[in-house]
Design a binder for this molecule. Sequence first.
Ligand SMILES: [Zn+2]
Length: 255
Amino acid sequence: MDILRLVVQQWDRFDGLVHGFLGRGGGRSQPPYASLNLSYENGDDTQTVTQNWCDLKLAVGLHDFNVVTAKQVHGDTILRVSSGTGKRVGVGDGLMTDATNVFVGVMAADCVPLLFLESERRIVAAVHAGWRGTAAGIAATAIARLKEDYQIDPSALHVAMGPSIGPCCYQVGLEVAEQIGANWKEEMRGAWLPEGAKGRLDLRAINDAQLVAVGVPRRQIQQLGLCTACNVEKFFSYRKEGKTGSQLSFIGWLP
Ligand SMILES: [Zn+2]
């Protein structure tokens, strides 16, 4: 099976940009990690994961570059990455860089992967937002950090959200809605569909609303890919499968 890589069509015009939201096919890991698991944190065989990384980087033309990832903990920390940073950098659920020879990536298996870019100064970020990160407003935090560290106005940013669990499959308790609603009441409108003592949450809709709330023009926000839980033949889904692998989403500029 080939590697499945979804790209944002609207970003074709950005010369030198390399990005992708990957699926689970085309790797070497055995079940329950079959097959393109790129996380070292879930119990998969380390050597196999390293081989998957090598295969992937060759397939997307990045063999000579670092794709930097972090230890993700469902928080809202955004790490700043430079050209001297190694392949792994600290603990955080978002990474950003202004280096044109460095790529940043996040892992997900239901949570929303978000990729950010600014095309003039060639700045990128990658963020992982599950419900906890969404409640903490990690997408908005990323926008604030890009503004603070690189003086990037939110109106200059393009953002894309990749395959993640849809409201079709994401039933959660009221306490989850309350925690998100505590900070993002307006943004919860349309993203929460109550069903008695529980409800269905649309994680991408609320992240979209958070981005708009902090100044990213809606026409510059894209959503692509299917519900991970509805499509386990293509994507890893923690909710559907329990112990499983993680798919990578990555972005950066060639020098
Ligand atoms: Zn679904």
